[in-house]
Design a protein around this ligand. Structure first.
Ligand code: PLP
Length: 248
């Protein structure tokens, strides 16, 4: 429907969050960047979920090696302790608004709120001091191994994700990848799985906005011991829930 003459910008997430933790194939971003450059389309990296360490880098675009024209971020800039969002733009995009009398005429009531900004500064400082990004990068392979073990279970169709942002997609039939009906999702995800994971000590998000998935996004401070627990618990719980659902 659209062509380069009607598209001003494209907004993408480094790892797509709503339908799971879906990552693009190798080379996708570089190709996307090339196409944007060819047609003068701005590339906006929606880093609301992926920034500030979730994937082991400050921004998801660092992890995948592409250069956006704009970055939008929120949530994790303060680790959620205060509400704050922001936009980072390239020099070229900022230039028209720089200079003596020029301004970006857009007023938000709480823009540049000093308390939220102070929380963000303290948060980023702490992340640097405790090398939380380094922690994620060093230990993510342990997490990936645990997830791979979950991936072998009959109820798990696939596992995906990066850094400390991973999902297990649940399926009725591993080989055909047949998914659960709405009624089965309600019974299994909300009725059985979420409470069982919670009871086992794991507070995580089981969702079915698209296919049913369990999202595991642990605190960036987690070390190998915690990941051990986080990785083992779904294996046990998924197996119990699967046996339970089969017996009904
Ligand atoms: C990828 C992504 N972009 C944007 C948003 C919206 O963020 P906000 O609620 O701060 O407007 C969300 C919210 O979860 C999100 O996950």
């Amino acid at each position: 429907m659209e062509g380069p003459d009607t598209v001003a910008r494209a907004i993408l997430e480094p790892v797509q969050n709503t339908d799971g933790a879906l990552a693009a194939r190798l080379g996708y971003w570089q190709r996307f960047r090339e196409i944007c450059d060819r047609y003068g389309v701005l590339l906006v990296s929606d880093e609301v979920i992926c920034a500030f360490g979730r994937l082991g880098d400050w921004f998801g675009c660092d992890r995948f090696g592409y250069q956006p024209n704009m970055i939008v971020f929120t949530k994790s800039v303060t680790s959620g302790y205060a509400p704050l969002g922001g936009i980072i733009v390239s020099d070229r995009l900022a230039a028209p608004f720089l200079g003596d009398s020029r301004t970006f005429l857009h007023g938000l009531t709480f823009e540049g709120h000093p308390v939220s900004c102070a929380v963000a500064s303290a948060n980023v400082e702490l992340m640097e001091r405790e090398d939380l990004l380094g922690n994620v990068r060093h230990i993510e392979s342990v997490f990936a191994e645990f997830m791979a073990r979950s991936g072998e279970l009959r109820i798990v169709g696939q596992v995906s994700g990066y850094g400390y942002f991973r999902i297990a997609e649940l399926v009725k039939d591993k080989h055909t990848k047949t998914t659960f009906t709405d009624e089965e999702c309600a019974r299994m995800l909300r009725g059985a799985l979420s409470p069982a994971l919670y009871k086992a000590g794991l507070f995580c998000c089981a969702g079915d906005r698209a296919d049913p998935v369990v999202v595991l996004s642990p605190p960036l401070t987690c070390g190998a011991d915690e990941l051990n627990f986080i990785g083992d618990t779904p294996v046990e719980v998924f197996t119990d829930v699967w046996n339970d659902v089969q017996s009904k």
